[in-house]
Design a protein around this ligand. Sequence first.
Ligand code: AMP
Ligand code: TRP
Length: 335
Amino acid sequence: MTERVLSGMQPSADSLHLGNYLGAMVNWVQLQESYDAFFFIPDMHAITVAQDPADLAERVRRTAAQYIACGIDPERSTLFVQSHVPQHAQLAWVMICQTGMGEAGRMTQFKDKAAKSGSEHAGVGLFTYPMLQAADILLYQPHSVPVGEDQKQHVELTRNLAQRFNHRYGETFRVPELAVPASGARIYDLQNPTAKMSKSGESPNGLLNLMDTDKKMAKKIRSAVTDDGSEIRFDRAAKPGISNLLSIHSALSGKAPSELEEEYAGRMYGHLKVELAELVVERLGPVRDRALELLEDPGELDALLARGAQKARSAAEPVLAEVYQKVGFLPAAPG
Ligand code: AMP
Ligand code: TRP
């Protein structure tokens, strides 16, 4: 049987950024070649911080359109929206009931986000966020969960909860592997190249959005902060700006940074920027155009997500039913 993988990205912005694309999406698109892949949009996680309702609905569609435009094939993979599959919320409750206060309190993402909003004001949803994530994962019995470094602690918690449940109630869940399948490039902020590219970065010019116009993308690359000196060399410590541009080039062109160093030997920073800007536009322009095209027909997009949700529910239903039976819930009368 084909092994299964599952992952998701929050619909918390109008556009994915270059870090999401090169760090995760490119990898996901490859995974669907050899795995039974489930990709979903965690909209229930998104409301753990305040969201404008109209924006959220629109962002879920935009995120779905971008997944597909990047190459997630909804025929081959199961692409769905979390809130369309009620089993996520149902299993999350059971997971919450297996989790200790101390254990949940040690989650670094919770601590960071709670500190940001002032601990007293942080919502309880932020606290239970990782247990919902555990439910997302365990419902589908995946063999592994391709996520970035920052999500490893949540996958570790998921493993603990699965083992605990299996121990208490009998073998039920597959314990997902922590090993992240071949991770993608780590991309840094174009204006502040020692910080990870992120939608919460300080300068809008540091963030290259997939939905940016060609002109905007090219401009952001051309105005990227570079380093002292003039040599084009991959050296993260001494030359963070140039190294970031070389990583981006390498991820898009498939050429190793050492090969690029040779290619650019004796040339100036400006040459690298101009050529990289062209490469970025050539690769990402069509992705954006495809996403915009998909967004022109929201009815079709919604229909496609409905089919994905149906596939997801068929996979999730028997797992939840087994959990309900194992914890001792009285079976509900059919109908
Ligand atoms: P986030 O937008 O932080 O929820 O991240 C969604 C996915 O994109 C995760 O798998 C992250 O690991 C990945 N990701 C986010 N930012 C970057 C970055 N700057 N470089 C590489 N991968 C990233
Ligand atoms: N918490 C993840 C993030 O912020 C998104 C996510 C929610 C997720 N549920 C998941 C990722 C399940 C993998 C598996 O990036």
